[in-house]
Design a protein around this ligand. Structure first.
Ligand SMILES: O=C1OCCC/C1=C\Nc1ccccc1
Length: 470
């Protein structure tokens, strides 16, 4: 876990550079907490803080060079001396550049109803109370991994429900929503983080950055898998008259296992009925593996239904234990165009009307999976709730008459289970022995290093845990 590449003194908002002047005289502790105040989903998968800690906060993050560089930049940025050179030099000298902070967090992967404390931050050295909120900026960025993990899990629940009602089992669930999002996000780092968050719930991805993320920050050697697949260029370069040869080439170059072929370059219906269903039928039937046919245009529910009906005509179907139709194991369909949470449900409902099992289809999703969220999706916020001034602890809060939804919690907080319900106990009235918040970082050291497997287990859907017992 190499120290942050960029100067950590630049990983904050400009106004925070001036905040050490603004706390009351005698302030020695600032204690702040992070929560989702609500939003699209009633509960969130807490995920991603471990990445932020490892990427930015571990070990000797503050150096003489960082301070000099920051001093010069902020002089230019503000046109005056506001940068707290003394304060950061103190951290460099007294703490050898380690950050004197204590962070307590709910274990990664835990699914927590909104409006509960998810992590707390406080300074451990009374001389630097302004430090706690300096790193709010990058710690609040945890909104992204947790919102993607939550959004992805909600889609898993939709697919799981349809599988449980129309398929023999949930075995195919981990591969039912494939990450197509690398090109659709704002940066390679976003792809790594967002793709990694999706892999908390699923095992299929084309976002290679997510594999590196899970390996480097979550102790997981191989968090996701993919298969040989065509893109339009590897089909259209054969020319329109070469479509059949392009498809035959895919089957001969990848003779075993799964292979996916995008088949809408010209006429998806002709490709399914005439080429896959007749000209190459024997190769498909006798293949030691599964051909995954990929439409990539048209109205998704209509296209999926038509393609399934054509393939059913060509290859036949069986009726599974739930009374729904399944194509033979050697042919499946992947729909990666126009997919989002509501479209998933729309397609699967349309399939059910045609008596098709959810077993027949895999989804791919890009921008809708990794990019169409923001900090407001789950109203993620970080607020000070307690401080110590001249030795006296005080409960701090905001209570805007202009938006009660922005009221913040008061005092030191614990997250506890009462009658199996998550409860945030405020004003220091919690029971430390029942506190589910775990110290994960203190004075430059990582205290908990969660593995991807345990995170996946914590985030697992009840319907999946239930199905294991059968
Ligand atoms: O279309 C795409 O857009 C961009 C991301 C990758 C991708 C397709 N990949 C794929 C993988 C496995 C089975 C089928 C397709």
């Amino acid at each position: 876990h190499t120290p942050a590449v960029e100067n950590p003194l630049f990983c904050t908002d400009s106004y925070k550079v001036t905040h050490h002047f603004q706390y009351p005289e005698g302030t020695t502790t600032v204690y702040s907490y992070f929560e989702s105040r609500g939003g699209v989903y009633p509960e969130t998968v807490f995920f991603g803080l471990q990445y932020i800690i490892k990427r930015w906060l571990l070990g000797t993050v503050i150096t003489k060079e960082h301070i000099a560089e920051a001093k010069a930049l902020y002089k230019m940025h503000f046109g005056q001396d506001v940068f707290n050179e003394e304060g950061w030099t103190y951290i460099l000298e007294k703490h050898n550049g380690h950050l004197p902070l204590l962070i307590k967090a709910v274990p990664e992967g835990t699914v927590v109803p909104t409006r509960n404390v998810l992590f707390t931050v406080e300074n451990t050295d009374p001389n630097v109370p302004w430090l706690t909120n300096w790193f709010e900026t990058i710690m609040v960025q945890v909104w992204y991994p947790m919102t993607i993990a939550t959004h992805s899990r909600a889609q898993k629940a939709i697919i799981a429900r349809h599988l449980s009602e129309t398929a023999d089992n949930l075995d195919s669930l981990p591969f039912k929503l494939h990450d197509f999002g690398f090109r659709g996000v704002a940066s390679v780092e976003t792809a790594a983080i967002g793709g990694g968050s999706h892999l908390v719930n699923f095992m299929g991805t084309d976002t290679i950055a997510s594999l590196v993320f899970a390996r480097k920050y979550y102790n997981c050697d191989m968090a996701g898998f993919s298969i040989p697949a065509a893109e339009h260029s590897t089909i259209t370069t054969w020319g329109r008259e070469g479509e059949r040869d392009a498809y035959a080439n895919m089957l001969s170059k990848f003779p075993n296992g799964l292979v996916a072929v995008v088949s809408d370059s010209f006429d998806i219906f002709n490709a399914c009925a005439k080429i896959w269903g007749q000209e190459l039928k024997d190769q498909v039937v006798n293949r030691n593996g599964t051909l995954v046919i990929r439409p990539d245009s048209g109205d998704p529910p209509e296209i999926v239904e038509k393609v399934l009906n054509i393939l059913g005509e060509a290859f036949g179907t069986i009726t599974n234990s739930k009374g729904y139709k399944e194509l033979p194991k050697y042919v499946r369909v992947i729909q990666g165009d126009g997919i989002n949470a509501e479209m998933l449900d729309k397609i699967l409902n349309r399939m059910r009307k045609g008596n098709w099992s959810a077993e027949n289809l895999v989804f791919g999703s890009g921008g809708a999976l990794l990019q169409k969220v923001n900090r407001d999706t789950q109203k993620c916020a970080f607020k000070c709730s307690s401080c110590v001034i001249n030795g006296e602890a005080r409960n701090i809060f905001k209570q805007p008459i202009t938006d009660p939804g922005k009221n913040s919690k008061k005092g030191r907080l614990t997250l506890e289970l009462h009658d199996n319900q998550y409860v945030t106990v405020q004003e220091g009235k919690g029971d430390p022995k029942k506190d589910l918040l775990v110290p994960v970082f203190e004075n430059g050291k990582l205290l908990k290093d969660y593995s991807f497997d345990e995170i996946r287990e914590r985030a697992e859907l009840p319907i999946v845990k239930q199905a294991r017992k059968k």
